[in-house]
Design a protein around this ligand. Structure first.
Ligand code: ATP
Length: 230
């Protein structure tokens, strides 16, 4: 894990009408790391995901990132086109990023390599015909097709059987071996602690604790921060 911050938030906050979703967030996404953001329902994870991605402009504070840093978001709920095939879902994402022709074919080939073998043979199946775990893999693959520097994945475990969660996570973590930086928004603190290099605990829109899972003091702190804000 490098020390270089690819994305930096300082004093960042956001609200929807009168509802404060995030307050005074200081956060660094470090190159080559897996940063976990753990928080309960409504803690502000999806709002933070949008801000890190760059698609949601924060109402307060700053988001700093070099223009050369490409981010890609696999949103909560996956956001797939259910009637389009697996291949078409990937193609649409590529088109949207301006990738066409021979480049598109190359990207498809590269992206499909990341999918489990059983899915590579099912490129023509509509997204709705895939299992929950397979849909989640597709959502991540669709985010990967733009060759991001930072991949942001919002609650990939949502609605998945435990065995599938493990498979999705193994594949996500595998991506970092190729130098990809990953931000994982996660409802389960224990899962975030198990797979991430760094964890920020989000409680009611505030980063209530932040540290490394190997640090025993932090592990105890994270638990109380998750449930009561510390
Ligand atoms: P969940 O896991 O339930 O999706 P979350 O941790 O991702 O929650 P957010 O979706 O970021 O949290 O929501 C944070 C807060 O902002 C919540 O109180 C939520 O009700 C509110 N909120 C989110 N989006 C909107 C919106 N579009 N309009 C109004 N309030 C919103």
């Amino acid at each position: 894990v490098g020390e270089r911050s690819l994305i930096r938030l300082r004093g960042t906050g956001h609200s929807y009408g009168g509802v404060v979703a995030l307050r005074d967030i200081d956060l660094d996404v470090r190159e080559g790391s897996v940063l976990g953001v753990a928080g309960a329902n409504g803690a502000g994870k999806s709002t933070l995901a949008g801000i890190l991605h760059g698609s949601l402009r924060p109402a307060h504070g700053v988001r700093e990132s070099s223009g050369a840093v490409r981010t890609s978001l696999a949103p909560e709920g996956r956001g797939l086109f259910r009637t389009l095939s697996l291949r078409e879902n990937l193609e649409v994402a590529a088109y949207a990023a301006g990738i066409t022709g021979a480049a598109l074919r190359e990207r498809l080939e590269e992206t499909v390599q990341w999918l489990p073998v059983r899915l590579r043979d099912r490129m023509s199946v509509p997204a709705a015909g895939l299992s929950g775990g397979e849909q989640q893999m597709l959502a991540v693959a669709r985010a990967l097709i733009v060759r991001p520097d930072v991949l942001i994945v919002d609650e990939p475990a949502l609605g998945l059987a435990p065995a599938l969660v493990d498979e999705v996570y193994d594949r996500l973590i595998g991506l970092t071996h190729d130098g990809l930086t990953v931000v994982l928004l996660e409802q389960s603190l224990s899962r975030a602690m198990a797979v991430c290099h760094e964890v920020a605990v989000l409680h009611e829109g505030v980063v209530a604790a932040q540290g490394r899972p190997g640090d025993r003091q932090f592990a105890a702190l994270a638990e109380s921060a998750y449930f009561s804000g510390g």
